[in-house]
Write a protein that binds this ligand. Structure first.
Ligand SMILES: *Cc1c(COP(=O)(O)O)cnc(C)c1O
Length: 402
């Protein structure tokens, strides 16, 4: 070969992965360009049945490996990866809905799903209704010929009601309506979304991999899984329309998180239950919302589908005698809890919520029964440190008489 310039020489340096390099981690496969052997390969039509790498945006060996592992986690057969949990919600709704259709969402749906539906989807002429996740009869009355998609969330965001999944799914199935579950809370660990009862499961399960799958609080990514090849093709088509790709360093980080996901999920779940039960005993607290606690809204529904999983979140509703400012002071007095969004990372977090503008239907308690709500996301700290921290902040900011 003729002598080439220093740049060309480096760029075209021969590279063959060493034979016998049998390391366990999946390498980071970075590329925008993927080279074709010749123009004939470039012109060859894409086949649906075999993987052909054509461009880094579509897929890489790393992203395909991660998608396959998430599908395994969810007991699905197909998975599409996108750059955030929010992108996974958008992908699902955009792939399944067209102008004139209607989508139903639980009133305790993740806030950004509400935002996309009332904002972007409305602008596109797609109708919506919110339903009470605990009232299946009222839900059925909302279904009509134009209902094309029903979102489910179990447990729901912030107020943690666990829906009547079996009843809601049954109602959709008899009418042939597609169901999509935001399964970030369950993370593929709490239950099998595709087989909640014999022959009864969701059509699509989306997750923010940002949460448990990554586990590091350092990655944003989302996934949509299904067992239905034709639904998967619609997701893939929308994936291409929207130009969603995932960064290969992020793929590597999530692949690194997956082997410890079951251990982290069980550890965080156990700490969460201990602290939720302890908070129930505190006089400043009116109620604790966590589906595994008897008396929490939807507890019986949680028992009906549960594989025992209950995740790392609970909310405490404080006595109505405390003002929102007093509850803010309690959150500020916490030392082991950060104040911030997202969850399922190593650090515990606490966020006060004002629900007056984020619900369309009524809350499961009256203003006399409960005041300001704080959502706790429990991390991987030692449980006694977290309990002591809650105790000192309560004593300092929300003292009770007697
Ligand atoms: C965090 C979250 C999302 C969105 O995930 P991002 O990666 O932050 O966009 C979606 N649904 C639920 C229930 C979540 O908690």
């Amino acid at each position: 070969m003729t002598k080439r310039g220093k740049s060309t020489e480096q760029i075209h340096h021969d590279y063959q992965p060493p034979t016998g390099w049998d390391a366990v981690p999946v390498p980071v496969y970075k590329a925008s360009t993927v080279l074709f052997a010749d123009t004939a390969a470039l012109h060859r039509p894409r086949s649906r049945d075999t993987v052909t790498y054509r461009y880094g945006l579509q897929c890489t060996p790393g992203s395909l490996t991660l998608a396959a592992r998430i599908a395994t986690l969810e007991q699905a057969t197909h998975c599409v990866l996108v750059p955030s949990g929010l992108a996974a919600i958008t992908l699902t709704s955009m792939a399944l809905l067209k102008p004139g259709d209607e989508v139903l969402l639980p009133d305790n749906v993740y806030g950004q799903n509400r935002h996309i539906t009332t904002g972007l989807l409305s602008r596109l002429g797609i109708h919506h209704q919110f339903y009470d996740p605990l009232d299946t009869a009222a839900f059925e009355r909302r279904l009509s010929d134009r209902t094309r998609l029903v979102w489910l969330e179990a447990a729901g965001s912030i107020t943690m009601e666990f829906p009547d999944l079996l009843g809601l799914l049954g109602a959709c199935k008899t009418r042939g309506i597609t169901t999509a579950l935001d399964n970030t809370w369950g993370a593929g660990m709490a239950f099998n979304a595709f087989e909640l009862a014999p022959g009864l499961g969701v059509d699509l399960s989306m997750q923010a991999l940002t949460k448990f799958a990554s586990g590091g609080a350092d990655v944003l990514m989302g996934a949509v899984c299904t067992r239905d090849a034709s639904l998967h093709r619609r997701l893939e088509e929308m994936h291409e329309f929207l130009g969603y790709g995932v960064g290969q360093n992020d793929v590597e980080a999530v692949l690194r998180g997956l082997p410890t996901l079951p251990l982290r999920y069980r550890a965080q779940e156990a700490t969460t239950l201990t602290l939720a039960r302890w908070m129930q005993q505190q006089p400043a607290v009116a109620r604790v919302l966590h589906p595994a606690l008897p008396g929490s809204p939807g507890h019986a529904h949680w028992q009906a589908v549960s594989g025992g999983g209950s995740s790392c979140l609970f909310s405490a509703v404080f006595q109505p005698c405390y003002s929102p400012a007093q509850v803010d002071a309690f959150v500020d007095a916490l030392r082991c809890f950060g104040i911030g969004y997202s969850w399922a990372g190593p650090m515990s977090l606490a966020v006060p919520y004002d629900l007056t503008h984020s619900r369309s239907l009524s809350l499961p308690w009256t203003p006399e029964e409960g005041g300001t709500l704080v959502r706790f996301a429990i991390g991987l700290e030692d449980v006694e440190d977290l309990r002591a921290d809650l105790a000192q902040a309560l004593a300092q900011t929300l003292p009770t008489s007697g």
